[in-house]
Design a binder for this molecule. Structure first.
Ligand SMILES: *Cc1c(COP(=O)(O)O)cnc(C)c1O
Length: 226
């Protein structure tokens, strides 16, 4: 068995165990294999192992790989998106995880056109880390209240990146806070906002994220190595 297939099996087992621990249905948890800095050959191995969705951090890297893997996988943009790059990715991308500004929403709306709906997650900087993108928690609801202005954008949920820590228990409150924020937003029935996806959890913290309600984990190094 290749290392990638073995790693995928271990991650799937980890997802199952975390779902069980959290009293959740593992079938509702989607795995995004994060393929930044991973060659197309190794991505092919992951696809052979049943991966259906890949996450890329940078627009240029996604565009370089897209023609080779087109039609074989769903593309998720998980990294920061600059306004001037929106026009290059709307055709290819299934879900943008990193919407965090009015100017970006306006650009997506402007470039979508043709009745196309663009699915996004709003990135929240729950831990208020100065080095991270994403909206502060307190600006998230006011931002989501604006989406009636952008009829081509459908907000599927929220995304966060927890701080890097050795013990993932330390970031459990971050995940819990994002889930509670999503629940609060769901009761508001905002135009353009569905709020069924919680993209949280990476290699070091995905088990805790799942226990706290994540239904989309973004995992790179546990699958492809460091
Ligand atoms: C790199 C990256 C991941 C995956 O990180 P690992 O720790 O390798 O699993 C997830 N989300 C984002 C936004 C990333 O940039």
């Amino acid at each position: 068995m290749s290392d990638i297939i073995a790693n995928l099996n271990a991650v799937r087992q980890g997802i199952l165990e975390a779902a069980r621990a959290g009293g959740r249905d593992a079938g509702e948890i989607q795995l995004i294999a994060v393929t930044k800095n991973v060659s197309v050959n190794r991505i092919h191995e992951a696809l052979a192992g049943g991966v259906k969705m890949i996450g890329e951090n940078r627009v240029q890297e996604m565009l370089d790989k897209y023609p080779i893997l087109q039609g074989q996988v769903q593309w998720h943009l998980i990294g920061h998106l600059q306004t001037n790059k929106v026009k290059y990715i709307l055709e290819q991308v299934s879900l943008i995880h990193s919407l965090d500004s009015i100017s970006l929403a306006e650009e997506i709306q402007k470039r979508a056109g043709g009745g196309r709906m663009v699915d996004v997650l709003v990135q929240v900087n729950v831990a208020a880390e100065a080095t991270k993108y994403g909206l502060p928690v307190e600006k998230t609801i006011p931002f989501l209240q604006e989406f009636a202005r952008w009829p081509s954008i459908r907000v599927k949920g929220l995304m966060t990146i927890a701080p890097q820590v050795d013990n993932p228990e330390l970031v459990r409150p971050i995940f819990r806070q994002l889930r509670m924020l999503a629940e609060q937003i769901r009761t508001m029935n905002l135009t353009g906002v569905e709020m069924n996806v919680l993209s949280m959890g990476m290699t070091n913290d995905y088990r805790v994220a799942i226990e706290e309600g994540s239904n989309m984990v973004r995992i790179g190094s546990a699958i492809f190595g460091r």
